[in-house]
Ligand binder design. Structure first.
Ligand SMILES: N[C@@H](CCC(=O)N[C@@H](CS)C(=O)NCC(=O)O)C(=O)O
Ligand SMILES: [Fe+2]
Length: 424
């Protein structure tokens, strides 16, 4: 087993590729999607570096493992999931974190708080295989309730539980963080591992400007960790951690990070204008009546507008819709992909839930559909779907739409696709 570290200087985050050079099986731990808060712009530079490492070595990425829902950087998990068909995993207690932030960000009741946005939810003690790699999940709550450490043989990836010994431990002042829990995690669980265990940390803040370090051992930590060594009493640690936390500013990317990361690293869905928006609570506390009289209670959102109503009329009688509009409303309407089966499972993928109905068979299939239902026709570039939309409109379908630009535009907008074959 080999370990390749990647350092993001903007957030002092360490991302790791753990791989078996023989079998070429790999996992990535804690990837970073770069985000510039002033421009409010994401870039995939850090992810490209990790991706090209995976590709150069010919590695097969099985899992993207999150040590926790990070509060200081956006996770790059969805990018790697999409690019390498990997699964995204996190500790089971992410559910608690989701519940907390559903309230903070006023997420809709439909926002899942059962962890289902992730592909894998790990229990404490779970043993997991990824090809020839095998790892154990050790719950190490404290920095957040959902924090886990991943153990691959003699190497552990501690996320923000344990840092290099000259820096200490992760802060415990995030919602449901607990210095007492972190003491148990580090002192009772991690320090119970053999002294020779190699420790790979989730951040290195390079105290006093020292060169980057990302690796230590359990033995060195037990002896010399400045905040929590083997002989540190619980009360002393809790006091020290609490005092230090009181002096810390919130992470620079706290709000952008958390809202994306509790949704498994998925960016907010684009609105009808095709743009995505992050939300930032103001003062992060509930407003009282006397705070503000101008609160808008009208509910002016476009939640009541159907996709068809928001679509652009086309002279041929149907309407054109943009990928972002379909993505937003796609759950309620019939999506009909008129390409051939090999394209449906090909490199552009298809939209989740889309039915495969090749162009030549659309009119026959449509006999089973209700003429008043909204339906979106989809193809590669928007040309065949336009033909299908024209034919269905002529056949009396009144709310027919064409996905403008087809799957090419959908992929261009970096919206999620699936690759499996059509289900019956
Ligand atoms: N200045 C950093 C602060 C990052 C931060 O708060 N890091 C967390 C981990 S997500 C931590 O545990 N810090 C420990 C400490 O500073 O004692 C930022 O803005 O991102
Ligand atoms: Fe963290």
């Amino acid at each position: 087993m080999k370990i390749e570290p990647f350092f993001d200087p903007a957030t002092s985050t360490l991302t790791y590729v753990v791989y078996d050079p023989e079998s070429r099986d790999a996992v990535v731990i804690d990837p970073v999607l770069d985000y510039d808060p002033l421009a409010s712009a994401t870039t995939t530079m850090s992810l490209e570096i990790v991706s090209s490492f995976l590709q150069t070595k010919g590695l097969r990425l099985h899992d993207v493992l999150e040590t926790h829902a990070h509060a200081d950087h956006l996770s790059g998990s969805q990018y790697l999931k999409r690019r390498f068909q990997a699964k995204v995993g996190i500790g089971m207690r992410i559910r608690e974190v989701q519940k907390i932030f559903r309230d903070v960000f006023d997420l809709p009741p439909s926002f899942p708080v059962d962890g289902s946005q992730f592909d894998r939810l790990f229990e404490d003690g779970e043993k997991v295989v990824a090809g020839t790699l095998a790892f154990e999940v050790i719950a190490t709550p404290g920095h957040t309730p959902a924090c886990v450490t991943y153990r691959f043989g003699d190497a552990i990836f501690t996320g923000d539980a344990l840092f290099i010994e000259d820096y200490g431990t992760g802060r415990c002042d995030f919602p449901s963080g607990s210095a007492d829990a972190l003491f148990t995690s580090v002192h009772d669980r991690l320090y119970a591992l053999p002294d020779t265990t190699r420790v790979f940390v989730g951040h290195d803040y390079q105290p006093n400007g020292r060169p980057l370090r990302y690796e230590t051992t359990i033995g060195a930590s037990k002896k010399r960790n400045v905040q929590l060594c083997a002989s540190t009493p619980r009360e002393a640690f809790v006091k020290l951690r609490t005092q230090r936390d009181a002096t810390l500013a919130p992470p620079r990317l706290l709000y952008p990070s958390v809202q994306v990361n509790v949704d498994a690293g998925m960016l907010p869905k684009p609105r009808a204008n095709g743009r995505r928006y992050l939300s930032i609570p103001l003062d992060a506390r509930p407003t009282t009546d006397d705070d503000d009289e101008t609160t808008d209670t009208e509910g002016r959102g476009d939640a009541m507008t159907t996709l068809y109503e928001s679509a652009q009329p086309n002279p041929a009688g149907f309407r054109d819709v943009l990928p972002a509009q379909v993505f937003k409303h796609g759950e309620e309407i019939r999506l009909v992909d008129v390409r051939e089966p090999s394209e449906f499972t090909g490199e552009l993928g298809h939209i989740a839930r889309a039915e495969l109905v090749p162009l030549a068979t659309v009119i026959a299939a449509a006999e089973r559909w209700r003429k008043e239902d909204e339906l979106v026709l989809i193809c590669r570039s928007g040309r065949r779907s336009e033909q299908a939309a024209t034919a269905l409109t002529a056949a009396g379908f009144r709310r027919t739409m064409n996905l403008a630009g087809g799957m090419l535009a959908w992929n261009e907008a970096r919206l999620p696709v699936e690759y499996g074959s059509a289900s019956a």
